[in-house]
Design a protein around this ligand. Structure first.
Ligand SMILES: *[C@@H]1O[C@H](CO)[C@@H](O)[C@H](O)[C@H]1NC(C)=O
Length: 985
């Protein structure tokens, strides 16, 4: 978030008048969108410009081009599943070749890692410019933060064959994957099922800018040395000069996906799910996708411009195959995407195009992971085995969050709380933005407006509600503030290039930044959040980390200078995209370390704005400062789908739009869309009018209430989807191509999605004045309208009525949806509520579904204290049964006793005539037969015929009272229940 007034307010000493003036000039823009000129284009970023030019030259030279990289064959060795070799780079005019150590590692899951380093820099045999204290090696610690601690599980059964300059490595499950390394010029081809799926340096665009001393300036009239790279030494942008103590050091590689027309991922960009071309082709974009975490407020939509977070994971998908790459580099990165007709014969199922990508990073190792699929689910599982799966959040975190900048006082908070109850709208969390603090000093409350935060926390807790407080990484540089004193005395702040504590501007004015790369900073951060130390916080207080790109108002591109120095003398340049995640990690650990008076801990909830691959292990993200405009509502769904593909599904966009004032229609449509965001929060700028959902009045408030209630009813399904994501990386909100991987018409679809495994298909209305939408069905299965059970069937587009009070929601046949239908004020108050199971039969009369449930707050689930059920409706026995999916049932016994009273109150079967005839139902006298704990009993059934054959008929089983934690079977026809039943009933 951003506001001019805040910069005008308490100006601290230390910043020169000129800086302030420049800042103001910079920010006084009534214009509604981001100032492009504050952010670099590729041509304004030296290393991107150089590498794009290098690519242009290579491509223009065509067959005459030869990549100057060659594997020195006598250095090749394979040991314990790791191939090592030296790559030699030929440099024109240089006798000596540059030595680049290569390693190829094979992971148990079939993933492969290719890493290229630089020998001179490994050995520290280079000179830095000036007095710099920066490290001499290429940055190689991205894995420490991005990958799970136990990522290095080798496949040691790699089979290796080296002949005629070609090294073939067989690996992966049943050794059916192949990596073929060509020595000269260096390239790697990855094969699966006898087809090539991924090629490195296919186009010869690989480039490793080796270290060299800065050549002297050329004499008058002489050409400059070819070693004197354009923009390689120091670079000035927007009045800030980057001193580049190590000179040019970029790395680049082209990665081709032959026969793949669609690539997804590399969030965050306000763009379509299926990535567009950035060079030539249809001319969609002319700039590469950029990954450089930045505070790009009021961002424009449909753009490859960088945003707040970066995940350099890309998936390529075609009918019959999904593969991916992780570019493990946290420096500024640009990615060009080109689609071309292939010259060669197409692979089976291959479409008419190859996708060719070109990755360029400013510094660090060339370090790429390859995943060979073969399908989306397997791909996500193997990617998650490296970067981790979604953290299981506390259950309140997936309910509704109410935020604005700002709820101005504790009375205001209590008033909002009361009004939600008065209007019967459930919510779980109220949020406090920066104004709650005492003059932007984090870990304090403003004594005038929040004199007694404890009473506010307790008031929220009465209805099981939570309070989230913002805590940012910039620490106010001021007198009499213990936090900044400790930051300085413990030496835990980021340094400038000269090794002095770095000072810049943010909300508090002059500030310093916590260096969360320092292990000692973690320890200190932990100590700040204890209930003793952070007075006014309680068990129901959680944290929001904003501005952690980091945002620095007077820094280059609104962030930190790249030559700033972090812990262990790494330059900010190397770690920029990791910065936000390390800070989020520290906050996450601090929240998990908090103990109540009985020594109990609980799950954390942290929302972050900046992120990198792996941040899914820590909490949630949102898409930053969007606008109250229809196009921003449209942009949100594709962005969130992209987050899911890239392994970080716990994501949301500000409901209502952060900047500006949405019309009542837009606000209502945004809620109808927002209830499908994995992270569901409304937020508004300080200048925006109040827009809590009760303000609009009916019919808007009524429609919003219905929408929010639907989210609450489906919380068991959401929680189950989160659980799956936490186990195997399957996205929570799934795009069409994930659910129907062979439906080519749906590969680019990003305005509709499925909720987990529930078969619920939604297509939110994101345009003004719309009365109907077209929903694409990815298969020929039967789909039912969520409310009316109207049938939609047949692959392709189906028209669906969508006036303002109707949300387009379908249920795909073959699924069972767990719900809780009683209206409560918060999810915490639903704890003991009974469940409803909606059984949606498929064309064959069968259905299956899952439920995961635990206490929603403690870590006991890790000890087995959870319920995990599988529900199956079988048309042969006309019965619904519940079976156990628990991994270790004895460990669940204690918990099962706690949840003994949790029952199923309703079973609703949709499309019932697919499994059983109404006449048979009549014979059973509208009684279902239930078998539970070895005993039979009955429950009444109500059959509702369809009004005509364009609707599904339903059967409601009332109060079966089966236990949610138990095994049981409900038979529709007594005859199927077995011989014993006649005697007992
Ligand atoms: C947090 O950072 C620590 C390093 O201090 C690392 O070991 C740990 O894996 C990170 N935690 C998560 C959940 O990413």
């Amino acid at each position: 978030m951003r506001l001019l007034q805040n910069l005008l307010s308490p100006a601290s000493p230390g910043a020169g008048g000129l800086t302030v003036l420049l800042l103001l000039l910079d920010l006084i823009t009534p214009a509604a969108t981001v100032k492009h000129e504050n952010f670099k284009t590729c041509s304004q970023s030296g290393f991107c410009r150089r590498n794009r030019a290098f690519a242009d030259d290579a491509i223009a030279a065509g067959d005459k081009w030869s990549s100057p990289y060659e594997v020195k064959e006598d250095t090749i060795a394979l040991q314990n599943g790791v191939l090592t070799a030296e790559i030699l780079k030929t440099v024109p005019g240089l006798q000596e070749k540059v030595v680049l150590p290569l390693t190829i590692k094979f992971h148990k899951t079939g993933a492969v890692r290719v890493t290229i380093d630089e020998l001179k820099r490994q050995k520290g045999e280079i000179e830095l410019k000036g007095q710099s204290k920066a490290r001499k090696e290429r940055y190689h610690e991205t894995e420490r933060w991005a990958l799970v601690p136990d990522w290095d599980i080798r496949d040691e059964k790699v089979v290796y064959d080296n002949r005629k300059g070609q090294i073939t490595l067989k690996f992966g499950p049943e050794s059916k994957y192949k990596a073929i390394v060509t020595a000269n010029p260096f390239s790697v081809k990855f094969e699966r099922d006898g087809e090539t799926h991924i090629v490195f340096n296919d186009r010869g665009l690989m480039n490793v800018e080796h270290w060299r001393p800065q050549p002297p300036a050329p004499e008058e009239g002489k050409e400059k040395s070819p070693e004197d790279l354009d923009g390689g030494w120091d670079e000035t942008f927007g009045g800030n000069t980057d001193t580049k103590p190590r000179g040019p050091e970029a790395i680049a590689l082209d990665i081709t996906f032959p026969g793949y027309e669609h690539v997804y991922g590399i969030p965050s960009h306000a763009t379509s799910l299926s990535l567009k071309t950035t060079k030539g082709g249809d001319g969609a974009y002319s700039e590469p996708y950029r990954l450089y975490n930045a505070d790009v407020f009021e961002y424009i939509v449909d753009s490859p411009m960088t945003l707040y977070g970066s995940i350099p994971f890309m998936q390529a998908h075609r009918k019959g195959s999904s593969v991916g790459v992780l570019w493990l580099n946290a420096a500024e990165t640009w990615v060009d995407v080109v689609k071309e007709k292939p010259k060669k014969i197409l692979p089976i199922g291959g479409k008419s195009e190859d996708t060719k990508t070109h990755w360029i990073s400013e510094s660090g190792l060339l370090d790429v992971w390859v995943f060979l699929g073969p399908d989306p689910a397997t791909l996500y599982t193997s990617y998650g085995a490296l970067t981790g799966y979604t953290k299981m959040p506390p259950s309140f975190a997936i309910a509704y969050h109410q935020c604005r900048w700002n709820y101005v006082s504790q009375e205001d908070v209590k008033d909002v709380n009361k009004k939600f109850d008065k209007h019967d709208i459930p919510y779980d969390v109220i949020w406090l933005d920066i104004e709650y603090t005492d003059g932007k000093r984090y870990f304090t409350f403003d004594p005038l407006t929040f004199p007694d935060p404890m009473s506010m926390m307790k008031n929220a807790d009465k209805t099981e509600r939570k309070v989230v407080l913002i805590i940012d990484p910039h620490i106010k540089n001021t007198e009499n503030y213990d936090i900044v004193d400790e930051l300085k005395s413990k030496d835990l702040a980021v340094k400038d290039k000269d090794g002095n504590i770095y000072e810049g501007w943010c909300w508090p004015g002059s500030s310093h930044w916590v260096d969360a790369f320092n292990p000692a900073a973690f320890e200190w951060w932990n100590s700040l959040f204890t209930f003793d130390r952070f007075k006014g916080t309680t068990k129901n207080t959680f944290i929001w980390n904003d501005m952690n790109e980091p945002s620095v108002f007077n820094g280059p591109e609104t962030t930190m200078p790249k030559d700033n120095i972090h812990f262990d003398n790494w330059e900010h340049r190397d770690v920029h995209n990791l910065n936000g995640m390390t800070f989020m990690n520290a906050t996450h650990q601090a929240l998990e370390a908090r103990q109540d008076s009985k020594g109990r801990t609980q799950r954390s909830f942290v929302l972050t704005r900046a992120f990198f691959a792996g941040a899914q292990r820590l909490g949630a993200m949102w898409t930053g400062d969007n606008e109250a405009k229809w196009e921003h509502l449209q942009a949100a769904f594709p962005m969130l789908l992209s987050q899911g593909v890239a392994g970080f599904p716990f994501s949301g966009a500000d409901v209502g739009g952060f900047f500006g004032n949405p019309s009542k229609e837009l606000l209502t449509r945004w809620y109808q869309s927002g209830i499908w965001y994995p992270f569901f929060r409304a937020h508004a700028h300080i200048d925006a009018k109040r827009r809590e959902p009760y303000i609009a009045g009916d019919p808007y408030t009524r429609i919003i209430r219905e929408a929010v209630r639907l989210r609450y009813a489906l919380l068991p399904a959401w929680y189950t989807a989160f659980h799956r994501a936490s186990q195997d990386g399957m996205p929570i909100l799934r795009p069409n191509f994930v659910v129907h991987p062979d439906d080519e018409e749906g590969f680019a679809l990003d305005d509709q999605a499925y909720l987990g495994d529930t078969g619920i298909l939604v297509k939110p209305v994101v345009s003004e004045g719309v009365e109907t939408v077209d929903i694409h069905l990815g298969d020929n299965e039967v789909y039912y309208d969520y409310w009316t059970y109207k049938i939609y069937q047949g692959k392709g587009l189906k028209n669906y009525p969508a006036p303002l009070d109707q949300m387009p929601v379908l249920m795909r046949g073959g699924h069972i949806i767990p719900r809780r239908d009683r209206h409560r004020r918060s999810s915490g108050l639903m704890k003991y509520d009974p469940f409803t199971l909606v059984v949606v039969l498929n064309d064959k009369g069968n259905a299956e579904g899952h439920l995961y449930h635990d206490d929603g707050e403690s870590f006991d689930y890790q000890k087995g204290h959870y319920i995990h059920r599988k529900f199956t409706f079988d048309s042969a026995t006309k019965s619904l049964s519940s079976t156990d999916l628990h991994q270790d049932p004895p460990t669940a016994e204690a918990y099962n006793k706690v949840v003994k009273s949790l029952l199923v109150e309703k079973i609703l079967i949709v499309g019932v005539s697919k499994a059983i005839k109404a006449s048979v139902l009549a014979k059973s006298k509208n009684k279902a037969t239930i078998l539970e704990d070895g005993k039979y009993r009955k429950a009444s059934m109500v059959y509702t015929p369809a009004q005509d054959n364009t609707f599904g008929d339903t059967l409601l089983i009332r109060n079966p009272k089966v236990r949610i934690a138990n095994d049981w079977t409900v038979y529709l026809d007594k005859k199927d229940a077995g011989g014993a039943v006649k005697d007992e009933l």
